[in-house]
Design a protein around this ligand. Structure first.
Ligand code: NG1
Ligand code: MG
Length: 504
């Protein structure tokens, strides 16, 4: 069933839980819009940020992930006007208002050599027009944005902005497509910014159900299963704590994010060859080839495990494929050069570059640590399916929360040691949090800085946050204001996904 983007107008709509809590913010945005443009907006598009509970750096490997949408979000108030130019203001005057005109050939020019905030809107605008294809002359738009997702801290402020821009442009042109089409559009068009990301953030932002996390599967096709956390007399809570280390993915991609994407892509190509998987199978010609596709192809010939319960089937398959990956990559524990990879695959380095898109997303690295990246990817995928199983087990004992926390702690260790996307501040804040009583603590998002997420008991929340302020923030960042601290560390709960708010 292909759901549509909810269009809400009443404050009491289940999707408008944020309006109840943040109705004043919508009111303020409307007044600022009238101030800027002299008339009320036609609608307000809303797309939330997300926190990834577990399943890091594996969406682009094709494996399931487990994020939840958070209350912080991106709002864009829009009024359709004559002409085809777009004006975009921001309530945060640090971001200077911008204007651009539609161009028939490129839709809009996105100059990624400058890190300009309007580029994210342009990605969404261009993506939306490409998706609704049949609009020959797009409408003029007056827009005003208000973003409450902290920027570049791994809470997907970028994807919230791009998704919001996609649904704003589609709605303005009278072509609001289904949730899945919006997700597909947003994943592809965010790459215009220069990062070669997976689809977790956009899926969580667009398709999250209220009060639920999302078990998101990408292959064989996009499938989102809402999962509720175990509810007990003493409920659990998730605390998000920002290390205050800014990790701007669009800037560091060649040595960090995009490099990891390439390592897992090349790892998948070499693993497919190692397993003598038939070259002409459809899945192996998928662009790009992922670890998940290789695993599915390896088991495609039908195996007894098809009758197994899901987690047992995942466990058997991931364990079996990881053993084979280790036997291949263990020869180069320090990593492979691109030449060694190309030689193994029997192709030229330039062919390899085109195959894994390093021609579009250049990387800077002498050696690709394929063994360690594969060990993380396969073990992280297994932790995700186990995490969901615990949530759905109906168990609400302490053991259940300890099990969830252990999976999160193992994930952090794997991100730190195998995927090498942690940093000293993330390691420290997780250590402090565990000593302060969290069941589990880990980085969330791309890593290399940004935010951490902690599973705690709700009734211990205040003292937990006080301890982290005392042990981390006051020591490392004594100059933070009270308001900055409130945005640095906060408890959160599953929020609803994107919607369009129309005025009564
Ligand atoms: P953040 O850090 O929120 O930008 C990025 C990717 C995700 C995923 C995570 C790591 C984009 C738009 N987002 O999230 O797809 O790969 O890192 O799990 O590239
Ligand atoms: Mg992002």
């Amino acid at each position: 069933m292909d759901h549509s983007i909810p269009v809400v107008s009443a404050l009491n709509d289940v999707y408008a839980d944020n309006l109840l809590q943040h109705g004043a913010r919508y009111q303020a945005l409307t007044e600022a819009f009238i101030e800027m443009y002299g008339a009320k907006p036609d609608f307000i598009a809303r797309a939330p940020g997300r926190v990834n509970i577990i399943g890091e750096h594996i969406d682009y490997c094709g494996f399931p992930v487990f994020p939840m949408a958070i209350v912080p979000d991106c709002l864009i108030a829009v009024k359709v006007v004559d002409g085809s130019s777009v004006k975009l203001g921001n309530v945060n005057t640090k971001f200077v208002a911008r204007q651009f005109d539609y161009q028939p050939d490129t839709m809009v020019n996105i100059d990624t050599s400058v890190h300009d905030w309007v580029n994210y809107f342009k990605c969404g605008y261009r993506g939306a027009l490409e998706a609704i294809a049949d609009v020959s002359s797009p409408v003029g738009m007056q827009c005003l944005m208000d973003g409450s997702v902290p920027i570049s801290v791994g809470l997907s402020s970028s994807s919230a902005f791009v998704c919001c821009s996609v649904i704003a442009t589609m709605r303005a042109n009278g072509r609001l497509l289904s949730q899945k089409r919006v997700v597909e559009t947003s994943v592809v068009c965010e790459r215009y910014i220069g990062t070669n990301g997976g689809g977790m953030d956009q899926t969580a932002s667009i398709m999250s159900q209220p009060q639920s996390a999302s078990f998101i599967e990408f292959s064989p096709k996009l499938c989102v299963t809402p999962v509720r956390f175990p509810s007990t007399a003493s409920p659990i809570a998730f605390v998000i704590a920002n290390t205050m280390v800014v990790s701007d993915k669009a800037v560091t991609a060649p040595t960090n994010y995009n490099l990891r994407v390439v390592e897992t892509r090349i790892g998948a190509l070499m693993l497919a060859k190692h397993l003598n998987l038939s070259k002409n199978s459809a899945c192996l010609n998928a662009d790009p080839l992922t670890f998940k596709a290789v695993m599915d192809e390896f088991f495609a010939s039908g195996h007894l495990d098809d009758l197994d319960p899901p987690v047992l089937k995942w466990t058997k398959r991931l364990t079996a494929i990881l053993e084979r990956a280790e036997s291949l990559f263990v020869t180069h524990p320090q990593g492979f050069t691109l030449d060694e990879c190309a030689d193994y695959l029997g192709i030229g380095v330039h062919d390899l570059a085109r195959l894994v898109h390093t021609d579009r997303f250049p990387i800077h690295a002498d050696r690709l640590k394929l063994l360690q990246r594969a060990q993380h990817a396969f073990s992280e995928a297994l932790r995700v399916v186990k995490f969901r199983q615990v949530c759905e087990s109906g168990d609400t004992s302490d053991e259940c929360f300890i099990a969830l926390g252990d999976l999160m702690n193992q994930s952090q260790d794997s991100c730190r040691d195998l995927f090498e996307c942690s940093c000293p501040e993330l390691d420290e804040i997780c250590m402090i949090a565990r000593k302060a009583g969290s069941f589990g603590s880990r980085l969330t998002g791309a890593g290399w800085g940004g935010c951490s997420v902690h599973l705690i008991r709700l009734d211990g929340c205040d003292s937990f946050i006080a301890t982290l302020k005392q042990e981390y923030y006051f020591k490392r960042f004594p100059e933070l204001s009270v308001d900055e601290l409130e945005h640095a560390i906060f408890a959160t709960s599953p929020s609803s996904g994107a919607f369009i708010y129309v005025f009564n």
